[in-house]
Design a protein around this ligand. Structure first.
Ligand code: ADP
Ligand code: ADP
Length: 231
């Protein structure tokens, strides 16, 4: 089954007597193992789309099946549960707890889930992103790229079906962006489904598919013929 299947997704924002059509009937299927870049100019609906597929917001109309579950009309609590169960988030600003070790930051989702063997699993996730030697460091002691690795470890520690990145390289120089994209490529090769928003064409060329939004609709949906190896 697809990881993401959206049919006729619309999102309207009402502002006084104005209505903004942020998404206008978007249809998309994203299968397991895909690596997708979401692009488009400012105001084209990328954030709105990510908020909907990330179960942070509900569409005004349309269907959304996440891993086969109809989530478009779920209440806040059910949606929060779905988020924790299926999705790992990576942000532009890393969103780590500043005074907490890398290891504890990565353990957090497991604590919320009440999972067993938390420390061992968090260590394994940090190993996967190449940061096992720094697990006792706090974010302040880490570079931006290292902090983003911690955030990626936190995103994967629960073994989600979907990793969502909201401009995950937006605060990193191009060298470090490459390193982070290499981590995403590795996770994707291991079978993870990854969807990121990016403004950078170079970053998108590391993905296997590019979806370009314009004015709330999908203007282009294309395969990347030869995704560039990041390293
Ligand atoms: P992008 O991420 O591509 O910049 P957005 O999804 O943020 O685009 O915005 C799409 C459109 O919806 C824009 O016209 C934006 O101003 C509008 N919009 C986004 N969020 C809100 C909101 N919370 N309230 C009102 N309008 C919004
Ligand atoms: P980006 O494109 O970098 O994601 P945006 O400027 O589009 O950032 O939006 C940042 C946040 O502000 C989004 O979460 C969006 O919901 C909100 N937002 C965007 N446009 C509006 C708006 N016109 N009114 C209220 N909130 C908005």
């Amino acid at each position: 089954k697809p990881v993401i299947e959206v049919n006729g997704i619309c999102k309207d924002y009402v502002m006084g007597d104005q209505v903004v059509h942020a998404l206008r009937s978007v249809n998309l299927v994203i299968e397991p193992g895909e690596f997708v870049a979401i692009m488009g100019p400012s105001g084209s609906g990328k954030s709105t789309f990510m908020n909907v597929i990330g179960c942070l917001d509900r569409p005004t109309a349309g269907e959304y099946l996440l891993n086969g579950e109809a989530v478009a009309r779920m209440g806040d609590n059910a949606l929060a549960e779905i988020r924790n169960k299926y999705i790992g988030f990576v942000f532009q600003n890393f969103n780590l707890l500043p005074r907490t070790s890398a290891l504890k930051n990565v353990e957090l989702p497991l604590m919320y889930a009440g999972a067993k063997g938390r420390t061992a699993r968090a260590k394994k996730a940090l190993e996967l992103v190449g940061l096992a030697q720094r697990m006792d460091h706090t974010p302040a002691m880490l570079s931006g790229g290292q902090q983003q690795r911690v955030a990626i470890a936190r995103a994967i520690v629960n073994d989600p079906v979907l990793i969502l990145g909201d401009e995950p390289t937006g605060n990193l120089d191009s060298r470090t962006s490459e390193e982070i994209m290499a981590v995403f490529q590795q996770l994707n090769r291991e079978g993870k489904t990854v969807v990121i928003v990016t403004h950078e064409e170079d970053v998108a060329q590391h993905c296997k598919r590019i979806i370009r939004f314009k004015d709330g609709y999908v203007r282009v949906d294309e395969r990347v013929e030869k995704p560039v190896d990041a390293r």
